[in-house]
Design a protein around this ligand. Structure first.
Ligand code: HAM
Length: 428
């Protein structure tokens, strides 16, 4: 019986693992550069945790199961609820502000498509306990800081920024009831991904008046804050949230990434828990799904039984990012090291295998990444193996070195060989 991998999952052979490591190492370096510390949680949680506040879309995509004790569990589709649970548990002991990052493996039962898988990795950065929108701006900045560090420019990607608080105020102003908002957000979030007729039809199911549907449509197309009052009158709440958003852009200007950012009312986000600034980073050509998304979620900790503590953050998946980096020529498989050795010990004579194994063991003890050749014999073949393992140096053991205390060490880059005292090699 030939068993196939499950659709939407990936096998990470060493070359693919090198790509994943390149991405994850960059995420970690950016997190540390921006002052975040790492955390992680379990890969599965109580099913209920995702039913509380993530929204129907996530619930429909859950891989859930019942354990032998009858507990209803789910594999994590995101880590934000876990983060909220963990922070709540130690809320009085944790020094604030909390700036944490993680790179969890997540599973969502999605229909696999370009950039969307059923198992993926997602970089998360979150700032908890800072009310000022400076924290929102810092989350956007840190996401851009990573993308810039791997070679992308403001010509390649754009951070589209909006505010759920502003949107809620405007929608209420045009007569949409507060309790309708939560079911409306996932629909509005789909606007750029579905044909306009389908979008209008979905809106029509939630909103009775066709005039109101048309106003919502106009609102979703706004790219300049000044245009909003032409469509909807600003009430006090809308004014306050608009000022907040303008302040986010002011901070982003101070951080020097203004060119990468723009206001876009169609950014709503599918998840239910966002309460303030929301953003997504997209490829400028608009061919791909969002590279990342996030925003402020001030109620999630209290929704999970904790105190009212504000929070903001984002998640960036590896799948769309990898496609984008390849498209832009910023990720070439031949530029990534699958393996890197300090030494390869080539053994030309079967009698010397013991010596080769012993030398390798001593090198390893000293912390040098080293391999020996399992097969003794022809030098040319062994050099090929050393090359394929990306060895910096090769120790060549020929018959004449059986009782010698000296070793031939070849520099694989220059091709130069030197005779070195074995003891001196193991000292360093
Ligand atoms: P999200 O929008 O569901 O947000 O996911 C964020 C990113 O994860 C997406 O932009 C995409 O790059 C990636 N992603 C999501 N689903 C998939 C998938 N099926 N396959 C591949 N990549 C995917 C969240 O998850 C929030 N918890 C982010 C957050 C953190 N908000 C605040 N803090």
């Amino acid at each position: 019986m030939k068993i196939q991998p499950v659709k939407g999952t990936r096998d990470f052979y060493p070359p693919q693992m090198a790509v994943r490591n390149f991405i994850v190492d960059g995420w970690k370096a950016s997190s540390i550069r921006n002052g975040f510390v790492e955390y992680d949680g379990p890969i599965f949680e109580h099913l209920q945790m995702y039913q509380v506040k993530s929204g129907d879309e996530i619930v429909e995509q859950l891989f859930n199961f019942t354990d032998r004790g009858g507990r209803h569990l789910a594999i994590r589709p995101e880590i934000t609820p876990t983060l909220a649970r963990m922070v709540n548990k130690q809320i009085n002991a944790l020094p604030r502000p909390i700036k944490w990052f993680s790179v969890p493996r997540l599973c969502r039962a999605e229909r696999p498509q370009k950039g969307r898988l059923r198992e993926f990795f997602q970089w998360n950065i979150d700032i908890i306990g800072v009310e000022d929108v400076l924290a929102d701006a810092e989350v956007v900045y840190c996401s851009l800081d990573y993308l810039r560090s791997v070679g992308l420019t403001s010509g390649d990607v754009v951070a589209k920024i909006s505010s759920r608080r502003l949107l809620a105020a405007l929608l209420k102003n045009i007569g949409i009831a507060e309790d309708k908002l939560e079911s409306l957000y996932p629909i509005l979030d789909k606007k750029t991904r579905i044909p306009v007729e389908a979008f209008v039809e979905m809106l029509g199911k939630e909103i009775d008046s066709t005039d109101t549907v048309q106003t919502v449509l106009k609102l979703m197309d706004v790219h300049l804050v000044d245009e909003i009052p032409d469509i909807v009158k600003l009430n006090e709440e809308a004014k306050v949230s608009l000022d907040e958003l303008i302040q986010v852009f002011a901070y982003l200007r101070t951080m020097g990434v203004e060119d990468w950012c723009r206001f876009d009312m169609s950014i709503v986000r599918g998840l239910a828990y966002y309460t303030g600034m929301v953003f997504e980073i997209h490829d400028k050509a608009g061919d791909l799904r969002a590279v990342c998304g996030g925003g402020r979620y001030d109620n999630l900790l209290s929704d999970f039984g904790g105190p009212k503590v504000t929070a903001t953050g984002m998640g960036m998946g590896d799948a769309v990012l990898e496609i984008l980096l390849r498209e832009k020529g910023l990720l070439r498989d031949d530029s990534l090291d699958i393996q890197k050795l300090d030494y390869f010990v080539a053994c030309l004579d079967a009698d010397l295998l013991d010596k080769a194994v012993n030398i390798t063991a001593q090198l390893r003890e000293k912390g040098h990444a080293s391999n020996f050749s399992y097969k003794t014999g022809a030098l040319k073949k062994q050099m090929k193996v050393a090359d394929s393992m990306n060895a910096a140096k090769c120790i060549i053991l020929g018959a004449e070195f059986k009782d010698s205390k000296q070793l031939v060490v070849k520099d694989m880059q220059t091709g130069e060989q030197e005779l070195l005292d074995a003891e001196s090699l193991f000292k360093s």
